[in-house]
Design a binder for this molecule. Structure first.
Ligand code: ADP
Ligand code: MG
Ligand code: MG
Length: 481
């Protein structure tokens, strides 16, 4: 896997096969209005070959997943910690205020469902250790694994990447590269996510109740969601899956006996959110009201409102403070393992600590990233944008809505990024490694906790923000050596 440069003629042949394969096997996006003449399916952006990850680094990411899920579940159940972390953010950020108000209403009404279902993806970057001069083959010892973020709501691409993993075995074969089961392991996040949803459905314990995918209704990443639905039918043909929007709940959703979530005369056992992660998803009070009805119910939600708050960048920044992990984890070994992956993070809250962080960022902007409480890529500020924002908001509590994070410069590799409508060339690329994890528990017990496959998100080197749906990055998998 070291050398992926291939002659032009052979590349065209492999690309032809790969592009047909992706559409045939659902590594795809849908565009246009469903059922209309302009509805079309295109392949999602992807890399022609997997990207390299040394075995110990891959194992470190995988092993930290279950430990991190356990910590984050505890964080979500700690009201005073959540309140402390988010106190200053909810002074200024309307989106976070919206979520916080729902949380308060749920607490006031009494929590009707003690079980929480986490469908998480923990994202990392690999970066060279300071002063490291790697040889031709990069070794695990050369690299640090750095945590970028945990995704708690709408952690997507499990469906597409389970398919892409099969394509990557084929493309390696097509250019004569042998690979073993260790190098290209089973990678089945959609299957693992579907299993988590079915386990939650069973725990709800009403065979007539359904699993509901809460969707936007207009996005292009529906095939990814459908894969999870199909895996549910495969694993348990008796379960019915519905797709509805926030607006549907606003218009027709209800709570029977004050707690059973109902829509169109069906009882909902589990709600899987594939919408609602970011401010733009709530266009009016109607969407907020739809969300509130769901949150007030006894349905098992992935995520529940506490989980979504816990997944904010602000909570992750507070968790990275010295001594805070200790509050949630007893084992020194686990603390060390998790902390080793944390990048430096700083509060920007108005006050002297935040002032210092602003000064640091203005003095060396290339060393930092400015992150708001948003999801889905494309919201972070880098370089001049960061400098402008911090200079303008030097004395404003608007800066409370952001955190500052050490900027990671990831290991650069070469790959072919295949995007519809763009020429395909061997380019310098950088990747993010995401590990999927499923967690089910209440405030007192843990019922499920497993990792289930991975995703690499790969973009052209030098691109700041990322995002597969926005076309900045492509889907990828790991070649583990
Ligand atoms: P989101 O929830 O919007 O995906 P992320 O924290 O993942 O937020 O940031 C979006 C993108 O910005 C990442 O995929 C990565 O490309 C880039 N990014 C985020 N944090 C860092 C960092 N500390 N160093 C370098 N790049 C980063
Ligand atoms: Mg995210
Ligand atoms: Mg991200």
């Amino acid at each position: 896997m070291q050398e992926v440069r291939i002659p032009k003629k052979h590349l065209t042949e492999i690309l032809d096969i790969a592009n047909e394969w992706t559409v045939t096997n659902g590594v795809s996006f849908k565009a246009g209005i469903e059922g209309s003449e302009n509805e079309k399916v295109t392949h999602a952006p992807y890399t022609l070959f997997p990207s390299q990850v040394p075995t110990p680094i891959f194992e470190q990411a995988r092993q930290s997943m279950t430990e991190f899920s356990r910590v984050m579940h505890k964080v979500a159940n700690d009201h005073s910690f959540l309140s402390r972390c988010l106190k200053n953010v909810i002074e200024v950020d309307p989106f976070m205020i919206g979520l916080w108000n729902i949380y308060l209403k749920v607490r006031e009404a009494g929590i009707k469902q003690s079980l929480m279902l986490g469908i998480f993806r923990n994202d990392f970057m690999m970066t060279f250790k300071e002063g490291c001069k790697p040889g031709e083959i990069v070794k695990a010892e050369d690299l640090d694994l750095k945590h970028i973020e945990i995704n708690v709501i709408s952690a997507s691409f499990g469906g597409l990447v389970e398919q892409l993993a099969k394509l990557h075995k084929l493309t390696l074969n097509l250019c004569g590269k042998q690979h073993s089961i260790i190098e290209m392991p089973e990678n089945r996040p959609a299957t693992g996510i579907a299993n988590g949803l079915i386990q939650a459905w069973k725990l709800y314990n009403n065979s007539q109740a359904v699993i509901l995918f809460l969707v936007d209704g207009k996005e292009n990443n529906t095939i990814d969601q459908r894969w999870i639905e199909f895996k549910i039918y495969e694993q348990n043909p008796g379960v019915r899956v519905l797709r509805r929007t926030f607006i549907d709940f606003h218009e027709r959703g209800s709570l029977s006996n004050e707690e059973k979530l109902m829509i169109d005369e069906l009882e909902i056992a589990v709600v899987y959110f594939r919408d609602g992660e970011t401010a733009e998803n709530y266009r009016s009070e109607k969407e907020w009201n739809g969300r509130l009805i769901i949150e007030l119910s006894a349905a098992i939600k992935s995520p529940c409102i506490q989980y979504q708050l816990m997944g904010s960048k602000k909570v992750q920044q507070e968790l990275a403070r010295p001594g805070v992990l200790e509050k949630f984890v007893a084992s020194k070994e686990t603390i060390d393992m998790l902390r080793a992956t944390f990048a430096d993070q700083f509060s920007l809250d108005l006050g002297s600590e935040g002032d210092k962080a602003v000064d640091m960022a203005l003095a060396s902007p290339e060393k930092f990233v400015l992150k708001p409480q948003r999801e889905g890529g494309g919201h972070n500020l880098f370089d001049a944008d960061m400098v402008n924002f911090l200079s303008e908001h030097r004395n404003s509590n608007e800066r409370n809505a952001y955190i500052l994070m050490q900027r990671i410069y990831p290991w650069q590799q070469q790959n072919y990024l295949v995007k519809p409508g763009f020429p395909v060339n061997l380019s310098d690329v950088v990747s993010e490694l995401g590990i999927y994890g499923i967690f089910i528990g209440s405030s007192t017990k843990e019922l499920e906790n497993y990792d289930c496959g991975h995703l690499m998100k790969t973009k052209t080197s030098g691109t700041n923000n990322s995002g597969v749906v926005s076309g900045l990055a492509g889907l990828d998998t790991a070649f583990i050596y």
